[in-house]
Write a protein of this length. Sequence first.
Length: 684
Amino acid sequence: MSQEFFNLYSHDFARVAVGVPLCKVADPEYNATETIELAKQAAVRGAVLVAFPELGISAYTCDDLFHQRALLDACEAAVQSIVEASKTLKIAMIVGAPVRAEHKLFNCAIVIADGAIRGVVPKSYLPNYGEFYEARQFSPADAATTRTLSLCGQSVPFGASLLFQIADLPLFRFHVEICEDVWVPIPPSSFAALAGATVLVNLSASNIVVGKSAYRHQLVGQQSARCIAAYLYTSAGDGESSTDLAWDGQGLIYENGELLAESERFSGASHLIFADVDLERLSRERMRQTTFGRSTHRHIEEVERFDVIEFPLPIPRQGKLALERCVERFPYVPSDAARRDERCNEVYNIQVQALLQRLQSSRMSKVVIGVSGGLDSTHALLVCAKAMDRLGLPRANILAYTMPGFATSERTLKQARELMEVIGCTAQEIDIRPSCVQMLSDIGHPHSTGAEQYDITYENVQAGERTSHLFRLANFNNAIVIGTGDLSELALGWCTYGVGDHMSHYNVNASVPKTLITHLVRWVAESGQIGYAGTEVLDNILSTDISPELIPGKSGAVEQKTESVIGPYELQDFNLYYTLRFGFAPSKVAFLELHAWHDRNRGNWPEGPDVARNQYDLAAIRKNLAIFLDRFFRTSQFKRSCIPNAPKVGSGGSLSPRGDWRAPSDSQATVWLKDLERIPVEKP
C-alpha cells in the first residue's frame, strides 16, 4: 500500500485530458498525425481519456466537400491509423469524424481504445441557423435505424444512447455528445448522467464571436453542476477555414460546476489540458442529493434506452502519481482576495440577519455577551454591533462582560476592555475568581485548600461560572445570551458541556470555522462595517495565540495553547471539511492534505498577509488526523446533539442535529482509525 497511497488512482481520482490539435481542412492524414501525437503525450502523463474536437479528422469547415467520396475514404483511413496507434497507448481516445451508414452521413464521435473502436456516437441536434448549415450534409442521430455499423473492418455499436465504462474504474462511466447537443433545453448528457455517466464529453467545433467564450463557461459549468458530473469540452482551433468564421480552440474541464482547467485560446499550436477528476466526490454528491435519484426514476424511459459498453484499459496504478489539481489549504476560505472579501461579506450578513430575526421574533432588544479578548467573542461582538445598528437600537443595548479568571492574561484583558470601548457597548467587568473558589470549596476540590491541582474540573468550574453569570444577567436584564463558540471547536468538542461555553440562547458563530473567523474579523475592520475605529485592537486580537486561559502559567505567562492539545486549526479545519462535506475516508483526506500542505507552492495564499508559514509532512498529518477522528466520531457527539440554535452560513456544512449532521452520541471511531492505518508511516 505504501507506493499506492501516493497514486491518485488509489483515491478514486482519474486523470482526463482535452486536446486541441492544429488541423488542415480536408487533410485527414495530417489531422490524424496531430491527434496521435497529442494522445501519446496524454498517455505519458497518466490520463485515461482524451477528447478531440468535432469533425477533427476532416476539419469542421469542409462544407460540401463532405459529399466527396475521396475525403470520406481518407477520413476512414485516418481513423484506422488512430486505431492502430491505440494498440500501444494506454488511453481511451474520442475523435470526431464523418461516418457513413445506411446511405446517410453522420457527424460522429468515435471512441477508440486498445486497438478497437468501442462505439460511434452520432450528433443528435444539427444546427441549421445563422452561420450553421449542418443539415445540408448530415443526418441527425434519430435518423439512424441500426444500432451497429461497420467501420474500419469492425462491427461497432452505433447510436446516441451509448455509455462507455472503463472496466477497472467502476466510477468512471462516460458519455459523448457533440457541440449543439449541449445548447438545447434538455441535452442528451442530462439523461446520460441519470443513467450513471459521471464524465460527460462534448466534441465541439464552435466558431468564436464576441462574448461566446464566457457563454461556453456558463453552459458547460451549469451542465456539470446540474448533472453532478465532470464535463470535458473541446473545440476547433487553428487551421479551420476562416472563409467566414474564426476559431479560438477553447478547451474546458469542469467538475460539478467548478472549473478545473482551461486551455489557452488562439494559441497557434496543438495543445492539451489536464484535470484530475474526483469520481468519488461526484458519486457521493449524487448519493447525498436524493433528488438526483428521484429524477432518474421520473425519466426512467429515457434512462433505459442507454446501452453500457464496457472495455478494459490498463490503469497506471503502480508507483507514485501525484495529484495535478489545486487543493486549497483552507477550504473554507477562498484564496483569491476578491472572492475572500465576497465570502466574508456574505457570511457576516447571514450572521447579522439571523440575529436580527431572533431578536425581533423573541421581542428582545438587548443581548448579553462574554468578551474574552480572543478571536471568537470578538467576532460575535462585531455581529451584535451591526445587528443593533440595523435595528436602529443603541449599541449600549449590548451588555458585554469580561470575566477574568485564574489564568486571564493582562494582554487579553486589556484587549477586551479596549474592544468594548471601541464598540460602544455597555461594558462591565466581573471577577469570577471568588465564585470559582467557592465552587471548588463546595465540591471539595484540592485547589480550595491550596494544592495546585489544575485538572479538568478546575478548568470547567471557570467556564461554568462565566456562563452561569451570563444567563442570570440575561434574566435580570430581559436579554438573550449570545454564544461565541465556532464550528471548529464544536467539531473537536473543545467546549465545556452544559453550563459552559457550550450553551447560550443563540450562537452566531456555530457554523463558522476558526480559519474563516480570522478573515471575518479583519474584513469587518478593513471594510468599516461598524466604523473604522478600533483597527489597532483588532490587529492585536488577531495576533494573539489561541488559548482558553484556564490554567496559570509561570510568572503570569500564558502557557496553555489550544493547538498544542487538539492540533493546528488549519489542519483540523481541512479534516473537518472533507469529512463533514464529502464523507471521505481518512486515507483520502490525508492524501489531499499532503498535496495541499507538503509543497509550499501549492494551495492558498500566494501573497498578502496570510502567506502560509507552515508545512506539514505525512507524519504530522497522520498524527493530527488521528486526534480529529477520535474527538469527532467518538468523544464529542453528545455535545453536538444539543447545541443552541445557530444559522448555517456555508455549503461546507454545519453540525446542527436539526440540520446537516445527525449522529448517535455513543458511536465508535474504530473504522475511521482503522482506515488511518492505510497511510504509510514513511515520508513520500
